[in-house]
Design a binder for this molecule. Sequence first.
Ligand SMILES: Cc1cc2nc3c(=O)[nH]c(=O)nc-3n(C[C@H](O)[C@H](O)[C@H](O)COP(=O)(O)O)c2cc1C
Length: 398
Amino acid sequence: MSFNINANVKWVGKIDWELRKFHGEEYSTHKGSTYNSYLIRDEKTVLIDTVWMPFAREFVTKLKEEIKLKEIDYIIANHGEIDHSGALPELMRLIPDTPIYCTANAVKSLKGQYHQEWNFRVVKTGDRLNIGSKEIIFVEAPMLHWPDSMMCYLTEDNILFSNDAFGQHYASEYMFNDLVDQDDLYKECIKYYANILTPFSRLVDKKIKEVVGFNLPVSMICPSHGVIWRDNPLQIVNKYAQWAAEYQENQITILYDTMWDGTRKMAEAIAEGIKLNDETVNIKLFNTARRDKNDIITEVFKSKAILVGSPTVCKGILSSMAGILEEIKGLSFKNKKAASFGTYGWSGESAKVLTELLNKAGFSLVNDGLKVMWNPDEKGIAECLEFGRAFAEETKLN
Ligand SMILES: Cc1cc2nc3c(=O)[nH]c(=O)nc-3n(C[C@H](O)[C@H](O)[C@H](O)COP(=O)(O)O)c2cc1C
């Protein structure tokens, strides 16, 4: 499949309908994904990015149906990660001398993965490549989300090829933003931001300001995954600006794991306590052993505060909770409050362990946590209700 984006730009990527896990098993892709590659025709012909390695053969075969490979004058590698560069080895075997335009860091990441001395042409922000009646302007975007990341802009057509920024893991036969279900689209966008870009929010904010400062008109944004933004393309840039600014909604998310339901009962009673204090707050509960980790992280991203609960197990906490807290720590969430809770049988370390992990992850602790022995009785449930009520009070938005 290929389709025209306009008279001279064609999408030549791959829709991966079946993909359900990405980055190994790290990222769930409930709606599949796409690897977007673009072919620009002017006096010179330019290929922007390729596809993931398993689709390399198919990509090159289909590309040959579009164009004689020797007619590709320039390749642009906006990012060295293999979901975009994975077909380069197959392609470069056939056109080994074609120059590859990329950042200095992309030379390192591409060499690091493919161990090839291709004809690299290093570019920096503001460099221009004349392709006939138009130019391509390069904009480095380090750490959005790798050191090698870059965007490029096609003059006259006013298209920003943004690579991973503004993308989503979303397979659809309707490859334009105005044609797809808007709820589905935004769910995938915010999930991508929450799980991949959160730690780089300051850089996102800086980059948006820098690019806006160039005063380049933008008629379309073509990311490297998911749909092309042609209807009001700046809507996703505005969303990124909001998400980068310590985004939060009036939401409290409760994460827990449990063996014999005691900690679940605590979680539910705490939720009730929150509601008694504040009927407006959106409360969501997740059993971390049973729910998708990336979906949970998206909810944490949206929250003003979180509560995490685990029973004490071998003086520690349950492994699903330990795993997700490790990931949450890496994402460096800002300006969020938290507290912990959990049941125990004799030594009762879990609430303290959770509090320490939350502290290390950068959350502001509202209290020292709540522990309840064995399965909570009436008194234990009353303590949870009060704990929830007080937590709601402490976390009310000003
Ligand atoms: C394998 C195992 C190890 C445990 N280790 C501890 C422990 O080190 N300290 C403690 O206080 N309780 C320990 N407990 C007791 C649990 O914390 C207790 O049964 C708790 O009520 C379980 O909560 P849940 O109903 O949410 O699963 C352990 C229980 C199990 C099954």
